[in-house]
Design a protein around this ligand. Sequence first.
Ligand SMILES: NC(=O)c1ccc[n+]([C@@H]2O[C@H](COP(=O)([O-])OP(=O)(O)OC[C@H]3O[C@@H](n4cnc5c(N)ncnc54)[C@H](OP(=O)(O)O)[C@@H]3O)[C@@H](O)[C@H]2O)c1
Length: 271
Amino acid sequence: MLKEKKIAFIGAGNMAEALVKGLLNSPLGIKPENLLMSDIRKDRLDFLSQKYAVQVSPSNPSVARKADILILAVKPQNIREVLTDIAPEVTRDKLVISIAAGVKLQTIQDLLETGVRVVRTMPNTPALVQAGASAIAPGKWASPEDLQMAKAIFDAVGITIIVDEKLIDAVTGLSGSGPAYIFLVINALADGGVKMGFSKDVALKLAAQTVLGAAKLVLETGEHPAKLIDMVTSPGGTTIAGLHALEKGGLHGIFMDAVEAATLRSIELGR
Ligand SMILES: NC(=O)c1ccc[n+]([C@@H]2O[C@H](COP(=O)([O-])OP(=O)(O)OC[C@H]3O[C@@H](n4cnc5c(N)ncnc54)[C@H](OP(=O)(O)O)[C@@H]3O)[C@@H](O)[C@H]2O)c1
C-alpha cells in the first residue's frame, strides 16, 4: 500500500512539488510525514516543509536511506552526480522512479546496484495543476506491482499510461511537448477573436476555456473526435466554414508533423 511507504524526492523543484501536492490531495491517504525531500537549495526546502509539512534534508544519501520509493526529480544534467552520490544507499528493496527527461533506464540501472528496480517516467507541465499526462516505462527489474505503484503516484497529478521505453520519445513528442502546441493554438484562436473585435484577455479566456471544454468532452464521453465534430457541424453552418479554413491550411498534417519532429528530436538528443 502506497500510504505506508516512505516516498522521497531527490530534487525539490517544480515537478517534485506538483507530485507532493497531488499526493497529499489524492484519496490515497498519504501523510506528509511519509514524504521526504532533499535539494541543494535550503530556501526551497524551508518553503516546502512549511507549506506541506513534509520531511526535508539537504543530504541526498540520508533521504535515500530512509525511502521505500525514491523519485529522481533533478534536471537530467544532474542525474549522474546524484546517482553516484546515493548509489550506496539504494538497495534492492527500494523502488527508483526517474522523471528526468531523456535519461535512459540503462543509464540509471548501470549506476545502481544490479537488480535495483527502476521505472522511467515522462510527465508534462499540466501536472503542476494536477492535469498532467504521464507515461511510465518499466526497467529491467521492475515488477508489475512496481509499475502499479508508480502509476498511482502519477495518477495523483493527472492520467498515466504504461508504455515500453522505446515509446518514451513519442510520448515526449506528443504529451511532453504538446502543451506548447496547445498554447500556440490558444493564442492563435484568441488572436482570431481580437481580429473580430474582442480584447485579448477576454479572447484568451474564451479560447482557453474552449480548449479545456473540448478536451473534457473527448475524455469524459469517450466519443471519437470525428463524431464530436459532426455533432457541432450543421449543414451550411458556421463550424463547417471554420473547419474548411483550417483544413485548407493543412492543420491535421501540421500537427502530425509536429509530433513526428519533436519525437525525432528527442531520439536525436538521447543519442
Ligand atoms: N517541468 C516539466 O514539465 C517536466 C516535464 C517532464 C519531465 N521533467 C523532468 O523533471 C525533472 C525536474 O524538473 P523541474 O522542472 O522540477 O526542475 P527544477 O524546478 O529545476 O527542480 C530541480 C531541483 O533540483 C535541485 N538540484 C540540482 N542539483 C541537485 C543535487 N545534486 N541534489 C539535489 N538537488 C539538486 C535544483 O536546484 P538548482 O535550481 O539550484 O539547480 C532544483 O531545486 C527534470 O529532470 C525534467 O527533465 C520536467
